[in-house]
Design a binder for this molecule. Structure first.
Ligand code: VAH
Length: 323
């Protein structure tokens, strides 16, 4: 009989963590998912233990206390915020990963999920349909830490047989939680501003095309990858993953189809240089071959769901305020 899956989600209160935790609870059962984060939850959504990923002893203690079998290590400092404190970004993103990889090497956990990003690519990477194997020359500490982390994952898998799996996420868009300091945060902020009926001052140029993905697709890709037989996995660094590609102007145009008065202007800041170093589109044929990956949401479908759900949440909040 296989040991019962007991999951520890590290960084569970962030944009991805909140949605991934809910999906893992649905699949494995509420009691099988322990969440942890350096920040307390805004509302109790799971069994929670405070954890700073740099606190190795506490991490080991939690794994022992709950007999954890699988770790989803989401704790990270993202691209834009990371440039404000590059040393801390390296520490959190790399030392945190090393703690978890060492746990698996000591056979204290059996499976790890660790997110990488299209931020591992740089200005010399082919921009269209960026291949799985290509030039990677990241120019942010976030991208450098994710590229280094990918190499660590491949090393631990090859040398120690650690079952670590990873995805190079595009920019993620969801309505259930705000993003946390990334260069692609514009793709979420734009919807909130549209619903607040105020002009959006976009921090990227209107024609900045980037790879993006609706959160339900990212969550499903993660769970599908973690479910596939280990011998089906041919990429132990991190799989390219593609949803759709678009610019801020493309999103504004789709919003205006139902909200014609939506206003946006473009005021590029330091994040423009980061965005310009990233690909326009991603070739994820390896993920398609190895585990039959296929996105379900394009720009139009994502936008419809974002507007519908944010409108519903806004109406509910208004009702509460009026009651
Ligand atoms: C960031 N949202 O902007 C993250 C992501 C591809 C971008 O890694 O830093």
């Amino acid at each position: 009989m296989t040991e019962q899956t007991k999951i520890l989600v590290i960084g569970a209160n962030g944009q991805l963590g909140i949605e991934l935790t809910a999906a893992l609870q649905e699949k494995h059962g509420y009691e099988q998912v322990i969440t942890s984060d350096i920040h307390p939850p805004k509302k109790q959504h799971a069994l929670f233990e405070p954890l700073d990923i740099l606190d190795k002893d506490r991490l080991y203690a939690l794994v022992e206390k709950y007999k954890v079998t699988d770790i989803y290590l989401l704790a990270a400092i993202l691209s834009a915020k990371g440039e404000q404190n590059p040393m801390l970004t390296w520490q959190v993103n790399i030392d945190g990963l090393m703690h978890v990889l060492e746990l698996a090497r000591d056979a204290k956990v059996s499976k790890i999920f660790w997110p990488s990003s299209i931020a591992v690519f740089g200005g010399t990477t082919p921009k269209q349909n960026t291949p799985q194997e290509t030039v990677t020359s990241p120019t942010t500490m976030y991208g450098i830490s994710k590229l280094s982390g990918e190499r660590l994952c491949a090393y631990y898998a090859q040398k120690f047989g650690v079952d670590v799996r990873s995805l190079r996420y595009p920019g993620l868009i969801g309505y259930k939680a705000l993003p946390g300091g990334g260069t692609t945060d514009f793709a979420v902020e734009i919807y909130h501003k549209a619903l607040e009926e105020v002009a959006y001052h976009c921090f990227l140029k209107e024609d900045t095309v980037l790879p993006l993905m609706y959160m339900p697709d990212a969550v499903r890709a993660t769970i599908e990858l973690m479910e596939v037989d280990a011998d089906e996995i041919s990429v132990r660094s991190s799989y390219n993953l593609s949803g759709f590609s678009c610019s801020p102007a493309d999103i504004a145009e789709v919003i205006r189809k139902t909200m014609p008065d939506f206003k946006i202007d473009y005021r590029p800041d330091f994040r423009q240089k980061i965005a310009d170093s990233w690909p326009n589109s991603i070739d994820d044929s390896k993920a398609q071959e190895d585990w039959n990956w296929k996105p379900q949401f394009d720009l139009q479908a994502m936008s419809a769901e974002m507007l519908e759900n944010l409108k519903r949440m806004k109406a509910a909040k208004t009702a509460v305020n009026l009651s």
